[in-house]
Ligand binder design. Structure first.
Ligand SMILES: [Fe+2]
Ligand SMILES: [Fe+2]
Length: 339
C-alpha cells in the first residue's frame, strides 16, 4: 500500500482499536497514528485493507479516526466487525465500573463544563455498551447513577443548553441520540411544568426511549436510503419492544413507561403505536417526542446534512405545529435564544 504521511491540524480525533479493520474490505474514513503531538495518516479513505496491511496496523495498539468520521466507522463496524469485544479501547466491565463511580468522579471536577463532558461521555459509553450487547437485562444501577448525574449537571443556576450543544458530536448514533434526548428532556422539564422530583424519571425515560432498537438490525437502523413500507413497519416496533424491555427490568413507573411507549405519538393523531391525540399523550412522551425530532434534525445522517438548532426548532414550531406541544417547543426556543 502506498503510504501517505500528511499532517492534519485543527481536527479532533478519537481512538479505535486496530482490530476492527477487516481484510478484503474498503474503508471510507482516514486512519491515523499519533507521533508526539501530530496525527499522521496511515491509511487513506478509499483504501483496500489487504492481509499485509492488517498485520502492519496491528502493530499499533490504537489508531485514530476523525471524530466526524465516527458515523462511517459505526456503519463499517456494523457491516464487517463481528468481534465480541468493544471496538473502542475500553471493555464492557470497565464501562460499568466507570458509570457506577461517576458521582465520585465528577465530585472531584470543579468546572460545570468539564463535569458535563464527563457525564456525557460516561453515559454515552454505557448506552453504546447496552445497545451493542443487546441483552434484555440492563445494568440498572449504572444507568441510575448516570441519570442522577445528568440531573445534577442540569440542576445548576445557569442555562446549560449552550454548553451541552457545544460538546455534542455532529454525527448520529443511537447511543449518542439516547443521551442527547435525556439531557434535552431534563432541561426542557426543568424550565417548564415538570415538578423537580419528576425530572430524574424524565431523564431516565429520555435515555431509554429508543431502547427497543436494541433488537432491530443495526444495518436497517443505519440504512442511508429511504426505508420501504416493510422496513418502516419493523422500525416502528421499537416503542412496543422498549416497553417489553422495561417490564423485564421491572421498571414500572407510569411516567417512564408512558414516556417510552408513546414517544412517537403526535398531537394530531398521526403517530404510533396507538395514534393517540392531543393531551391524552402523556407529558413525558410529548417532551421526549419533540427532543427526539430536534436531535434527529440537528445531527448529521448519511442521507442528509444537519440543520442548525435554530432552523430545527423553527421547522418544528412552524411546519410541525400540529404534531408537537407548543409549550415545550417554546421553552426550547427561549432557552436557545438566551444562549
Ligand atoms: Fe424512537
Ligand atoms: Fe429517538
Amino acid at each position: 500500500m502506498h503510504r501517505v504521511v500528511r499532517r492534519v491540524i485543527n481536527h479532533k480525533y478519537t481512538q479505535i482499536k486496530p482490530e476492527i479493520l477487516q481484510k478484503d474490505t474498503i474503508i471510507d474514513f482516514d486512519c491515523f497514528i499519533k507521533r508526539f503531538d501530530d496525527y499522521v495518516i496511515i491509511i487513506e479513505a478509499g483504501s483496500a485493507i489487504t492481509d499485509s496491511l492488517v498485520k502492519k496496523i496491528q502493530q499499533h495498539k490504537v489508531i485514530y479516526v476523525l471524530k466526524h468520521d465516527m458515523e462511517k466507522v459505526n456503519v463499517y463496524t456494523t457491516l464487517y466487525f463481528k468481534g465480541e469485544d468493544d471496538y473502542l479501547n475500553i471493555t464492557g466491565e470497565e464501562i460499568i465500573v466507570y458509570a457506577l463511580k461517576l458521582s465520585e468522579t465528577v465530585s472531584d471536577i470543579s468546572t460545570v463544563e468539564k463535569r458535563l463532558e464527563t457525564v456525557y461521555k460516561t453515559t454515552s459509553d454505557l448506552m453504546r455498551y447496552i445497545f451493542e450487547r443487546s441483552n434484555d437485562q440492563m445494568p440498572i444501577d449504572a444507568l441510575k447513577t448516570c441519570v442522577t448525574e445528568i440531573i445534577r449537571s442540569v440542576d445548576v443556576p445557569i442555562n446549560i443548553l449552550p454548553l451541552l450543544l457545544d460538546i455534542l458530536p455532529q454525527y448520529y448514533t443511537t447511543y449518542h441520540h439516547s443521551v442527547n434526548v435525556a439531557f434535552f428532556a431534563a432541561i426542557i422539564g426543568k424550565y417548564s411544568d415538570i415538578p423537580n422530583e419528576k425530572l430524574k424519571n424524565l431523564a431516565y425515560a429520555g435515555l431509554l426511549h429508543d431502547i427497543g432498537k436494541m433488537h432491530i438490525d443495526p444495518i436497517l437502523l443505519a440504512k442511508p436510503e429511504q426505508l420501504d413500507e416493510n422496513e418502516y413497519k419493523i422500525i416502528k416496533r421499537h416503542s412496543q419492544m422498549g416497553y417489553t424491555i422495561l417490564e423485564m427490568n421491572k421498571i414500572d413507573d407510569k411516567d417512564i413507561v408512558g414516556g417510552i411507549l408513546f414517544h412517537h405519538e403526535k398531537l394530531d393523531g398521526t403517530g404510533y403505536p396507538q395514534g393517540l391525540r392531543g393531551k391524552v399523550i402523556p407529558k413525558f412522551a410529548r417532551i421526549i417526542g419533540m427532543c427526539d425530532v430536534f436531535d434527529a434534525l440537528t445531527t448529521h445522517r448519511t442521507y442528509r446534512q444537519n440543520y442548525s438548532s435554530y432552523e430545527a426548532l423553527l421547522l418544528i414550531k412552524q411546519e410541525m405545529r400540529e404534531q408537537f406541544d407548543e409549550v415545550y417547543t417554546d421553552t426550547f426556543i427561549r432557552l436557545l435564544s438566551k444562549s
